[in-house]
Design a protein around this ligand. Structure first.
Ligand code: NAD
Ligand code: UGA
Length: 464
């Protein structure tokens, strides 16, 4: 079998960038080129100042600095890179559709289709095309339909190789993946392509962690994995409401059930709700697929995970309003954190924007501090929600680059992201500069309740 020497990855985002950097680091003999139509993104990946990489991920700078220029390249010349590569990863975005059939539910596959058409147009030699993006089950059929129509005699093998990394831990997740899924056609050519991709991962992962399946199982396993993970969060969050109503403590419940090895302790951390670009998108997509196949009960079952997540975000904002004497109009509330989780600069679908939006509807002024999310991103998130004009958003949202300044003269502080640094703050200093009574709403249960209450704060966590 021919060895892979040149890889092209279309899409230099949160998946394409880190994934290819780790492949390049572990396979110095393979030339890996990551391409994107976004010129600024590619310029940022090529910036000599590694602090300017477009994505913040612990450990990413080090991997990029080792491989970039050696066998890792970032480019906007998509055609050239496709032409040269033996293996092409498609790692473009697959957001929820915002128009037409399936609006608000189905995954928008227009970027995927554009990639397939470009690969079909440019390729002069046989290629292995790898679906790295998260796709609805049977998308490979669409790719095949496009790639088989080139009339050039070029042969394509299509593989599904979904990515399971989580943001904030992408580099370690990639380097120590629990498993890698490689789905392919059940034919000699299909197995040859699957083995070629498996060999790449085998540079650093044990063979028994590389699972080969048929394409449809691989595509569906990705949606299923995200649905199960999100379901655990909604399950524990639903219980957090019950805990608040009964005097039970959700942290204790979580620990108690997580100690059962059949349940396991991971992904039972209660929160203001899950965010991120994928859980909601992939659940909606799963619900849509079930609906279109006439499986309404299955669709309803998974939709409930999203309904519960929306309830949790609303519940948190409601709690702030009712506790602040039923009005936040004209009151200033500090948000610690805007990213959808710690250790990332990503704020897609962050619970913070929904909670801010709800409080701003009640005319609160939100003072935000986040260690990595830029102010322009915060405004763009709010403008995307489209609840009020851009000028009203700028009146009501005030980003700060110093947490102590953000918390000055506020009526309450809400913790929206679990950044470690929040635990290290001088909370006495914060208390002294706040309006009294001083409230803390800990949407991540990360702060020391006893310590804060001793200082004089009124502390409200989630589910305790
Ligand atoms: P992203 O938006 O960060 O990156 C996608 C990139 O693709 C963008 O930079 C965009 O400019 C580029 N692009 C789109 N169409 C293109 C084209 N035709 N030619 C060249 N470039 C093009 O998205 P992401 O977060 O990296 O997600 C990519 C896929 O991976 C999605 O399907 C997502 O569901 C999946 N996924 C994401 C994560 C995650 O943690 N973000 C994890 C696992 C899987
Ligand atoms: C998630 C999955 O964990 C990855 O395996 C998957 O590859 C990825 O989606 C994807 O397909 O995009 P990610 O969204 O980056 O990764 O981050 P998670 O750690 O899963 O967190 C998602 C959200 O759930 C965050 O808002 C986080 O704060 C929240 N969360 C997570 C909880 O509220 N409680 C938990 O116990 C865990």
């Amino acid at each position: 079998m021919k060895k892979i020497t040149k890889i092209c990855c279309i899409g230099a985002g949160y998946v394409g960038g880190p994934t290819m950097a780790v492949i390049a680091k572990n396979c110095p003999e393979i030339r890996v080129t990551v391409v994107d139509m976004n010129k600024q993104r590619i310029a940022d990946w090529n910036d000599p100042d590694l602090d300017k990489l477009p994505i913040y991920e612990p450990g990413l700078k080090e991997v990029v600095s080792e491989a970039r220029g050696r066998n890792l390249y970032f480019s906007t010349d998509v055609d050239k890179s496709i032409d040269e590569a033996e293996m092409i990863f498609i790692s473009v975005n697959t957001p929820t559709k915002t128009y037409g059939k399936g609006k608000g539910m189905a995954a928008d596959l227009k970027y995927i289709e554009l990639c397939a058409r470009q690969i079909a147009r440019v390729s002069k030699t046989d290629k292995i095309v790898v679906e790295k993006s998260t796709l609805p089950v049977r998308t490979a059929e669409t790719l095949r339909a496009i790639l088989d129509q080139t009339g050039t005699g070029v042969k394509f093998q299509i593989l599904s190789n979904p990515e399971f990394l989580a943001e904030g831990t992408a580099v370690t997740d990639l380097q120590n993946a629990d498993r890698v899924l490689v789905g392919g056609e059940q034919s000699p050519e299909g197995f040859e392509a699957m083995n070629a991709l498996s060999d790449i991962y085998a540079h650093w992962l044990p063979r028994d962690r590389i699972l080969q399946t048929n394409v449809w199982s691989s595509e569906l396993s990705k949606l299923t994995a995200n649905a199960f993970l999100a379901q655990r969060i909604s399950s524990i969050n639903s219980l957090s409401a019950l805990c608040e109503a009964t005097g039970a403590n959700v942290e204790e419940v979580s620990r108690a059930i997580g100690a059962d090895s059949r349940i396991g302790s991971k992904f039972l951390k209660t929160s203001v709700g899950f965010g991120g670009s994928c859980f909601q998108k992939d659940l909606l997509n799963l619900v849509y697929i079930c609906q279109t196949l006439g499986l309404q009960e299955v669709a309803d079952y998974w939709e409930q995970v999203i309904i519960m997540n929306d309830f949790q975000k609303r519940r948190f904002a409601d709690k702030i309003i009712t506790t602040l004497f039923n009005t936040v109009s004209g009151k200033k509330i500090a948000f610690l954190g805007w990213a959808f989780k710690k250790d990332t600069n990503d704020s897609r679908e962050t619970p913070a924007m929904y909670v801010a939006d709800q409080l701003m509807n009640d005319l609160a002024v939100i003072a935000v501090y986040d260690p990595k999310v830029k102010p322009e991103q915060m405004f763009s998130d709010l403008n995307y929600l489209n609840s009020r004009s851009q000028s009203e958003n700028s009146e009501l949202l005030k980003p700060f680059n110093d947490p102590y300044e953000a918390c000055k003269d506020v009526h309450a502080i809400a913790v929206l992201t679990e950044w470690d640094e929040f635990k290290e703050y001088d909370w006495v200093r914060i208390y002294n500069n706040m309006m009294k009574p001083a409230f803390v709403f800990d949407g991540r249960n990360i702060l020391d309740k006893q310590m804060l209450e001793k200082i004089g704060f009124h502390y409200h966590g989630i589910g305790r």
